[in-house]
Design a protein around this ligand. Structure first.
Ligand SMILES: Nc1ncnc2c1ncn2[C@@H]1O[C@H](COP(=O)(O)OP(=O)(O)OP(=O)(O)O)[C@@H](O)[C@H]1O
Length: 224
C-alpha cells in the first residue's frame, strides 16, 4: 500500500505550493499513472514518494514504513531494498556495460539472479546489448536499460518518470506493456509519470495532477 496524507511542498521563492494538501491511496500491487501540464509537479511528487524531497507537511507511507519517521541511514536502506526508480535522465553508470548497469542494484540488495535479468532484458528487447558499453547506446536503448535496472532487484514499489519519453510509438507500446505486465505478475506497486495517453491508460488508476492536487480520471485509486 502506498499512502500520501495531506502532503504540501512549496519551493523557496515560489508563490504557491507545488503540492498542496495532496492525498493518495494506492493498494499494493496496483498501478497508477499521473499526467498533468509541464511544471505542475509530477517529478516533485515522485521525489517526495521516494523520500528524496522532504515535504513541508504531511506523511508518506510505503507498506508499513512512514519514511520521514526513519533515520536517514534506514531511509537509504529502505530505498535500496524496496524502491525501483526510473529517472527522466536515466542516471546510468557510464563506466559499466549494459549488463553491469542492470545488475548493479540487485547486487547491492543481494538478490541478483542472472536468469531473471536475462528475462527482463529479453522483454525490453535489449538482450543482444548485454556486453555493449553505454556510450554506444541510443537514448531509447538507455531508457530500457534504466527500466531493467529499476525492476531487477524486484522492489515492492517502482516509480517511473517518463519511462517511454525517448521511444518511438511502437517501442513505447511494447516497453509500457512489459512494465505494466511485469509489475502485475510480481505484485509490484507502480507509479508512472507520463505525457502519453496510451501509456497512462494502461494503469489501474489514472490521475491528473492539477493545482497541487490529484484528480482521479479513471479507476478506483483514491486521491485528493
Ligand atoms: N529544486 C527545485 N527548486 C525550486 N523549484 C523547483 C525545483 N524543482 C522543481 N522546481 C519547480 O517546481 C515546479 C514543478 O517541477 P516538476 O519538475 O516537479 O514538474 P513536472 O510536472 O515533472 O514537469 P515536466 O512535465 O516538465 O517534467 C516547476 O515550476 C519547477 O520549476
Amino acid at each position: 500500500m502506498l499512502q500520501l496524507h495531506q502532503v504540501t511542498l512549496r519551493y523557496s521563492g515560489a508563490a504557491t505550493p507545488v503540492l498542496d494538501n495532496l492525498s493518495l491511496t494506492l493498494p499494493a500491487g496496483q498501478s497508477a499513472s499521473i499526467r498533468g501540464a509541464s511544471g505542475c509537479g509530477k517529478s516533485t511528487l515522485l521525489a517526495v514518494i521516494a523520500g528524496l524531497a522532504a515535504p513541508d507537511k504531511g506523511l508518506v507511507q510505503v507498506g508499513d514504513h512512514v519514511l520521514s519517521d526513519l533515520p536517514p541511514r534506514d531511509q537509504d536502506a529502505f530505498r535500496r531494498q524496496s524502491l525501483g526508480l526510473v529517472y527522466q535522465q536515466f542516471n546510468l553508470l557510464s563506466c559499466f556495460n549494459v549488463w553491469d548497469n542492470i545488475s548493479f542494484t540487485a547486487r547491492l540488495k543481494g538478490n541478483y539472479q542472472a536468469d531473471y535479468q536475462h528475462k527482463l532484458m529479453a522483454l525490453m528487447n535489449i538482450g543482444h546489448l548485454a556486453k555493449a558499453p553505454l556510450t554506444q547506446l541510443s537514448g531509447g536503448e538507455q531508457q530500457r536499460v534504466a527500466i531493467c535496472r529499476a525492476l531487477n532487484h524486484q522492489p515492492a514499489l517502482v516509480l517511473a518518470d517518463e519511462p517511454t519519453g525517448n521511444l518511438d510509438e511502437a517501442t513505447s507500446e511494447r516497453v509500457a506493456d512489459a512494465l505494466y505486465t511485469l509489475c502485475r505478475e510480481t505484485h509490484t506497486t507502480l507509479v508512472v509519470v507520463t505525457h502519453s495517453v496510451e501509456v497512462a491508460t494502461q494503469a489501474d488508476t489514472c490521475f491528473r495532477l492539477h493545482n497541487g492536487r490529484l484528480e482521479t480520471l479513471t479507476g478506483n485509486g483514491e486521491a485528493q
